[in-house]
Design a protein around this ligand. Structure first.
Ligand code: AMP
Ligand code: MG
Length: 332
């Protein structure tokens, strides 16, 4: 065969290969572009989840196994979870998820001056919001519990969890839902899913576009205890963000004519009472948004405003009681 013929064959093969790559690439892109919006829903951590994502395949089984993994690590409703075992003193070894969440929780406790505090569990139980039976509720009892509540009673060295007192108990209820949302987002991204909305019990991550090819619309509920229909105070358009809301309008009871909130001030040992009705925080990760939103409820509006001045990369929507209904305040 002459050299020019060999050159022609080589060039033709090269062109064919290039053509093959272009066709294959176009098919993959088309498949992703035309992929349906999958919708998965269910129950986890005593609440509901709703997930929408543009993907040619349904990933619900894999999503479920991520949620089960978070449950097996961090749920206190699961008596066999790593955290339940650490609380009972059966082990001092955290697993990967417990370690990651505790490190973040300790950082946020420090940043918020202890408003957010994962060692608040004994107080949460005493006030009837935990997984344990509520015992007597007297000032003396509450004050006695405060002796071993405080994030400084907890430390992590590698995976080893140390408590200054064996009665120290950990409750990740104000951060674990957000963390679970982040883990599901990670799974979707690993599966080349770019357009999605994940919501677990009101904690959300949005990415890419919604069904209409626009940014996602996030509704912020009116903080009304009778708001069964979920009337909205605000609708915010955003994408590639994590959002979490804390408020005292869903989980509370009335005692002596006063509303007892599930958010406990670690400083006073008592449920918070103040002007801020709900705090919605927008942060890089949902675990952070979740923890900061709870911290805002503890700090109240004034201290939270000061906090956000020092954290310009975070933003928030506060809902306060106005003279004539609710008032929304946008922070940062
Ligand atoms: P969230 O709905 O994210 O604000 O979380 C509320 C839950 O967090 C409560 O039901 C408690 O289990 C827990 N919790 C209450 N007070 C605090 C606090 N000061 N810091 C951290 N977690 C708390
Ligand atoms: Mg929270």
């Amino acid at each position: 065969m002459t050299q020019s013929k060999r050159g022609l064959i080589r060039r033709s093969c090269g062109t064919l290969f290039l053509l093959f790559l272009i066709v294959a690439g176009t098919i993959i892109l088309l498949r992703r572009f035309q992929a349906p919006m999958q919708q998965n829903e269910g129950f986890v951590f005593g609440t509901t989840y709703h997930i929408r994502y543009k993907s040619p395949t349904d990933l619900h089984d894999r999503i479920r196994s991520v949620l089960d993994q978070v449950d097996a690590s961090l749920s206190l409703f699961n008596k066999q979870s790593t955290l339940s075992k650490i609380n009972r003193g059966e082990t001092d070894k955290a697993d990967v998820m417990v370690e990651e969440v505790l490190r973040l929780a300790l950082r946020i406790s420090e940043e918020t001056g202890g408003a957010f505090d994962v060692t608040v569990a004994p107080l949460v139980n005493a006030w009837g919001f935990g997984t344990e039976e509520q015992t007597t509720l007297s000032d003396a009892h509450i004050d006695s519990l405060r002796q071993f509540v405080g994030y400084r009673n907890l430390s992590l060295s590698g995976r080893t969890v140390s408590k200054s007192d064996k009665r120290v108990q950990i409750d990740c209820g104000a951060i674990a839902k957000g963390y679970a949302v982040d883990k599901v987002a990670q799974l979707l991204r690993e599966n080349q899913v770019e357009n999605f909305m994940i919501e677990i019990g009101g904690e959300i991550v949005v990415s890419g576009k919604n069904d209409e090819g626009e940014s996602w619309h996030i509704g912020i509920e009116q903080p009304d205890t009778t708001n069964v229909g979920g009337a909205l105070q605000e609708v915010v358009e955003m994408t590639d963000r994590a959002v979490a809301t804390s408020g005292n309008y869903h989980n509370y009871y009335v005692r002596d004519g006063k509303r007892v909130s599930h958010t406990i001030s670690p400083q006073t040992g008592r449920p918070i009472v103040h002007d801020l009705l709900s705090a919605t925080v927008v942060a890089p990760t949902c675990a952070e948004a979740d923890a900061y939103a709870t911290a805002c409820m503890v700090m109240g509006a004034e201290k939270s405003r000061a906090f956000f001045k020092n954290h310009p990369k975070l933003s928030a929507y506060f809902i306060l009681a106005g003279n004539d209904g609710y008032v929304t305040e946008k922070i940062n």
